[in-house]
Ligand binder design. Structure first.
Ligand code: GLY
Length: 360
């Protein structure tokens, strides 16, 4: 598969990716290499990466706990301390081997340690391959609020080895698929249609689809790396999705949702709002809702949860001057940024979702 290049970094795939990684390490005078893993990638992915690295430079492994609950500044302090104790200096390289938590947190740790060391993402989850590892968004959560602290800073390379997906649980695969479906909705109906027909997909198709998603994301972030304009399109479904994710994360009586599971609900709600505000086709709304509900299990959001979720919207990172700015769709492939939505319509969107899952 062809590599995807931007001005500042390259994304390489499968066997070629390790060749490029070794060449990069060879040609850069690193003092030490650190591999950041979580407990899952330590067990399932580290041996494969080690077997592919061809270097005489000393390698150290730093492990963090797996899961969104550990995407915190405290975990960063642990990693900064470990780097210090293991004699990392400005010429050290950090390889982030993991899903979105590891690539986001590792990117942030590297971007801030001694005011910045080089890092490379080696995503092992579908979500990280198609979204988190590309475009340089790094950071951590603040309590249950998602990605509130961070910087935009790209690593030099992204190494995508789709064989890491072999050990990924089904629910994690579906979580990543949600971001790919989002790429279809904001850019390309044909791509969305292809993804919804899962029965026709093979693993080889998945490689090609991952490449297509990375290409879509690259096009967007290249035009607008600092999210002043087009990059906001990638937040479609995330305004409500993040609020739902945060709400479920912070309520012990709720089952924690994976990022993609929350974003799918956010996309259904925001398609509904689009149909009410921007004339998004009702036919497409029904089609998209049915497609999502066929892939993702229904999630009960109680009427009594609505106000607290809406309250969390005030922490959305796209907000400006007190306005909560939504990305909505005029049509599939035609997003519109900075849309304002009143609370009555937000409540109606939750009611719409509740009705559709009753019918599943
Ligand atoms: N995950 C959305 C972005 O990278 O902009």
């Amino acid at each position: 598969m062809n590599s995807i290049e931007t001005k500042t970094y390259k994304v390489h795939f499968n066997t070629k990716a390790y060749q490029e990684l070794n060449t990069y390490i060879d040609s850069t005078n690193f003092s030490k290499i650190f591999i950041l893993v979580d407990s899952n990638t330590h067990e399932h992915c580290l041996a494969k990466l080690m077997s592919q690295l061809e270097t005489a430079i000393a390698i150290e492994v730093i492990e963090i706990e797996a899961g969104e609950h550990h995407k915190t500044i405290d975990t960063c302090v642990g990693v900064w301390n470990a780097l210090t104790e293991l004699d990392a200096d400005r010429k050290s390289l950090l390889l982030n081997l993991g899903g979105g938590v590891v690539t986001d947190l590792g990117g942030f740790v590297a971007s801030t340690f001694k005011r910045g060391i080089k890092y490379i993402n080696i995503p092992t989850s579908l979500l990280a391959m198609v979204d988190a590892s590309v475009g340089g968004k790094t950071g951590v959560d603040l309590g249950a609020l998602k990605n509130q602290v961070g910087v935009i800073n790209t690593g030099d390379l992204v190494v995508i080895d789709t064989s890491y997906l072999d050990t990924l649980p089904q629910n994690q695969l579906k979580s990543g698929l949600a971001e790919m479906l989002k790429h279809g909705l904001i850019c390309d109906k044909t791509y969305f249609d292809k993804l919804t027909d899962l029965s026709a997909l093979t693993l080889n198709d998945l490689d090609i689809l991952i490449h297509e998603s990375v290409e879509i994301k690259k096009e967007i972030v290249t035009k607008d790396p600092l999210e002043q304009n087009e990059r906001k399109h990638l937040n479609f479904g995330h305004t409500l999705g993040h609020a739902i994710e945060s709400y479920f994360l912070s309520h012990a009586d709720k089952k924690e949702l994976l990022h993609g599971e929350a974003i799918v609900i956010g996309m259904i709600l925001e398609c509904y709002i689009s149909s009410e505000l921007l004339g998004f086709s009702k036919h497409d709304l029904d089609y998209i809702t049915a497609a999502f509900n066929a892939i993702y299990a229904p999630v009960t959001i109680l009427t009594s949860d609505y106000d607290a979720i809406i309250e969390l919207l005030k922490y959305d990172k796209k907000n400006e001057h007190g306005n909560i700015n939504f990305v909505l769709l005029k049509a599939i492939g035609e997003p519109k940024i900075d849309c304002l939505v009143d609370n009555t319509l937000l409540i109606k969107s939750f009611e719409y979702y509740a009705d559709t899952i009753k019918k599943v």
